[in-house]
Design a protein around this ligand. Structure first.
Ligand SMILES: Nc1nc2c(ncn2[C@@H]2O[C@H](COP(=O)(O)OP(=O)(O)OP(=O)(O)O)[C@@H](O)[C@H]2O)c(=O)[nH]1
Ligand SMILES: [Mg+2]
Length: 479
């Protein structure tokens, strides 16, 4: 063979080798795939309990039978799962949560103060038809993050200038209960000359008062949700930094004229910009930019218990957040972060607070709360569903005879006193409540202490519909 022929055959060998490498790479890729699940929910909506229970059931899914409607588990195709969260550097405290729920008496995990991450590797056998072509088994990596619900409220701020943010807060502080609770702080703001040279000590004092105000509005009896900036309520690693010396300028009218350099107003405005650029933007860029699917957790019953102001505030907070996620092509988040979301599940949590015959009403009620967001998503071709769930079912069904009639009741332990009770928790409305519904104390759903969740031997009765949720969110991934 001449030199030309040898060169040709050498190039040919190279090509074959490259092709072989590429095929091996493709085979490797097709045996490993990733799913990022965004768990979205306001503070105390049930995120940490949900993630703990979900991961706990998945880690046992190859042998426990606790997820009857999760096809890959019921068909015996899960080979095993491994918790790889340690690799992230900020692992989700799963063992701590499961140990607390498994103790005697069991207790709920504490409210979240820091971000943490779950990475779960689920090894499974492919369905029979696909095994010959794609290989016997594959691994799905499931990524989820947990964070304080308060931080979610910062998302809508990304879209607002300082002036726009102040105007939106102004509208909130015109209404009760904010108007009365904040009256001293609002009066104090009116006494400051915002064009005068900034005094850092005064700014510190005013922001301290504002932070205390947010904490009051967040607690009972108000239990409001739309509290911004979220880091002022739960600072995490920013505790004590100047970045959090920030508040909205809620004044009857905006200070007239140009903003002098070095003035109070200029300083406050630059703090707001810094907060958006250095805190909010990186958080969303790092953790929400590439998620594939989203679970939105909503505690509908809490709002029904606490009355109209709490209900409206939560509805406003929730819709504001969902609007910011706006999945459409021109949506703000889409332009900024390019998420590839194709499926969203709205879950109304703590369904074990009502009797089983009310679960349908709970679905319907959640649909009413988020109907605008759901309609927008449908328009964008995103599949959505509403589902009532309980991550850790803490009540048992019981029956009581009242005036010769049999009533469905619940039995469980009260969260506040650990006393065992049986009660008829009432009905979930299927329409948004009217003004008079709130005044009649029609709703009184109580919080329960958890029922013990074992380390092993998990049963379907330990949750409500976690399996259906998993099937909807991940079922198509186990190919
Ligand atoms: N009965 C019942 N209560 C639940 C369930 N899930 C959550 N809860 C209650 O809701 C509370 C808050 O749940 P978490 O999971 O800590 O809520 P979170 O969204 O992580 O809250 P933050 O970390 O504060 O943002 C718990 O302490 C329980 O009282 C459930 O499945 N059943
Ligand atoms: Mg939490």
């Amino acid at each position: 063979m001449g030199i030309g022929g040898r060169l040709k055959s050498w190039i040919g060998d190279q090509r074959v080798e490259q092709l072989r490498d590429r095929l091996a790479e493709l085979a490797e890729q097709s045996t490993e795939h990733h799913l990022r699940l965004a768990v979205t929910g306001l503070s105390q909506s049930g995120k940490t309990v949900f993630i703990s229970a979900l991961v706990h059931h998945l880690l046992h899914a190859h042998r426990s039978g606790s997820l009857p409607f999760f096809d890959v588990a019921t068909s015996g195709r899960i080979i095993g799962s491994r918790d790889l969260s340690d690799e992230s550097g900020t692992p989700f405290p799963l063992q701590q949560a499961i140990a607390g729920l498994g103790r005697e008496p069991p207790h709920w995990p504490a409210s979240t103060r820091e971000l943490s991450e779950v990475r779960l590797a689920i090894r499974y056998r492919r369905p029979p038809g696909l095994r010959r072509v794609l290989g016997e088994s594959a691994t799905l990596y499931l990524d989820i993050i947990d964070y304080p619900g308060e931080w979610l409220l910062d998302l809508p701020m990304l879209e607002l200038s300082f002036e726009q943010w102040c105007a939106s807060q102004q509208r909130l502080f015109e209404q009760e209960p904010r108007l009365s609770v904040a009256s001293d702080w609002l009066t104090r703001l009116r006494q400051v000359d915002w064009h005068a040279p900034a005094e850092p000590a005064l700014l510190q004092e005013l922001s301290g008062t504002y932070t205390r105000l947010l904490h009051r509005l967040r607690s009972d009896p108000y239990a409001l949700s739309l509290l911004q900036p979220g880091r002022c309520v739960l600072p995490g690693e920013l505790e004590g930094t100047e970045l959090l010396q920030l508040f909205p300028l809620v004044l009857p009218s905006w200070p007239m004229g140009a903003i002098p350099d070095g003035s109070f107003l200029a300083l406050l405005k630059s703090r707001y910009e810094q907060y958006r650029q250095q805190v909010v933007r990186p958080f969303y860029l790092r953790h929400f930019s590439r998620f594939d699917r989203q679970v939105v957790l909503v505690d509908c019953l809490k709002t029904l218990n606490r009355g109209e102001a709490c209900f409206e505030d939560m509805q406003r907070a929730l819709n504001g957040i969902l609007q910011s996620f706006n999945y459409g092509r021109n949506g703000f988040l889409r332009r900024l972060f390019k998420p590839r979301i194709d499926r969203v599940l709205f879950a109304s949590t703590k369904a074990d607070h009502v009797t089983a015959n009310q679960h349908h009403n709970l679905d319907r009620f959640l649909e009413l709360m988020i109907q605008d967001a759901q309609r927008d998503m449908g328009f964008e071709g995103i599949a959505t569903r509403c589902m009532a769930i309980a991550s850790v079912r803490s009540t048992q069904a019981a029956e009581a005879q009242v005036d010769g009639q049999t009533l469905s009741c619940l039995r469980g332990w009260r969260k506040d006193s650990d006393e065992e009770i049986a009660l008829f928790p009432g009905e979930v409305p299927t329409e948004l409540p009217r003004a008079e519904d709130w005044t009649q104390e029609r709703f009184r759903f109580i919080d329960f202490a958890p029922r013990r969740l074992p380390q092993n031997e998990l049963q379907p009765s330990h949750h409500i519909r976690l399996d259906q949720l998993l099937e909807y969110m991940t079922g198509d991934q186990f190919r």
